[in-house]
Design a protein around this ligand. Structure first.
Ligand code: GYE
Length: 323
């Protein structure tokens, strides 16, 4: 709003003319599908890439009107906005749920109004799977198992681990935490020095590691449940005069493999980075097209992902990545 208010009148008029122009360019015979998307927030690079993928896909040119809402990591905001989508009678509700529990009531309202609900990214914890049409996202437990296996093979036995968890109760946190906890049980020589939530943000990741290093804790691994918390951890490690990554004082394990995350992996400050693919826009578009065509999509779709070891990562591997 601020930007618009500062625009000169002539430019405003030109922008308005363009907006009207593109609206009238859409063929009147083609119905525009209204999609209400409740996004988690803007906490991470992964999230930004996911928002962009959705916004780039659900455009007027593609036959959609997107109502985008950022819930600022608060489930109550999401419940209110999903209820609003039901009242507005949107054609589809797309929901990236902050946490898994607490969805049954509002999703029942969507079902009663016959509005399909497509879940993206994180899952929900409901007994009745008819409350949502389908889900597409990542296998967070598998991502974590891959990281733990890599730690077992590459970091040895004497591990003193700081575990930076994501938003408590989110599928990404639940799966990644389960993987590490299973690894701790299987490897009794691994010590969990600290386990705290950094809410998937860089600032909190930094704060936690800073405080631990200041209090003199002996640590040699940071297991960060996303890239942004890993960025914060690395900043804290370096500010304490220590080195992060391959051959350094503290190894860093991360998830997402965003472009900034892989850059730090290439620089060998992150030892191992497990990909989590955020490009769900085209996947949800395909699901909607199937539903429009009367087809029934798969109930659960896991996207395929890879993992990156700093010692084998090359610039060429980063060049053709999309996020
Ligand atoms: O790993 C993290 C984000 O749910 C997969 O949420 C997503 C996670 C992602 O904030 O960076």
């Amino acid at each position: 709003m601020k930007i618009k208010a500062a625009l000169p009148l002539a430019l405003c008029l030109a922008l308005c003319a363009c907006a009207l122009g593109s609206a009238s360019a859409a063929s009147p015979s083609e119905p525009v599908l209204i999609v209400g998307f409740s996004q988690v927030g803007a906490e991470s690079d992964w999230r930004a890439a996911n928002t962009k993928s959705m916004q780039d896909t659900f455009t007027e040119d593609n036959g959609y009107k997107l109502i985008f809402h950022d819930a600022q990591q608060k489930q109550e905001n999401q419940i209110n906005v999903v209820r609003g989508f039901v009242q507005q009678e949107v054609d589809y509700i797309v929901l990236a749920p902050v946490t898994e529990s607490g969805w049954a009531t509002v999703l029942q309202e969507a079902e009663d109004a016959d509005i399909p609900v497509i879940l993206v990214d994180r899952m929900i914890d409901v007994l009745d799977y008819s409350l949502f049409t389908c889900w597409v996202g990542s296998d967070f437990r598998k991502e974590s198992d891959i990281a733990v296996e890599w730690m077992r093979e590459n970091l040895g036995t004497d591990l003193k681990i700081v575990h930076l968890q994501g938003t408590i109760g989110s599928s990404a946190q639940i799966g990644r935490t389960e993987g590490l906890e299973a690894g701790l049980l299987e490897n009794p020589s691994w010590k969990l020095v600290s386990q705290q939530t950094g809410e998937f943000t860089e600032a909190k990741g930094q704060e936690i590691v800073e405080a631990l290093l200041e209090s003199g804790e002996d640590i040699n691994v940071v297991f960060a449940e996303n890239d942004n918390m890993a960025f914060g951890a690395i900043a804290a490690i370096e500010a304490a005069g220590k080195t992060a990554g391959v051959g350094g004082d503290i190894a860093v394990i991360s998830f997402d493999a965003t472009s900034a995350g892989l850059q730090l992996t290439l620089e060998r400050k992150i030892n191992f980075n497990v990909e989590c693919n955020p490009l769900h826009g085209p996947r949800v578009d395909a699901i909607i097209k199937n539903l429009e065509g009367g087809m029934k999509p798969e109930k659960l779709t896991y996207v395929s992902e890879q993992a990156f070891d700093a010692t084998t990562l090359t610039q060429a591997m980063l060049d053709d990545r999309l996020y």
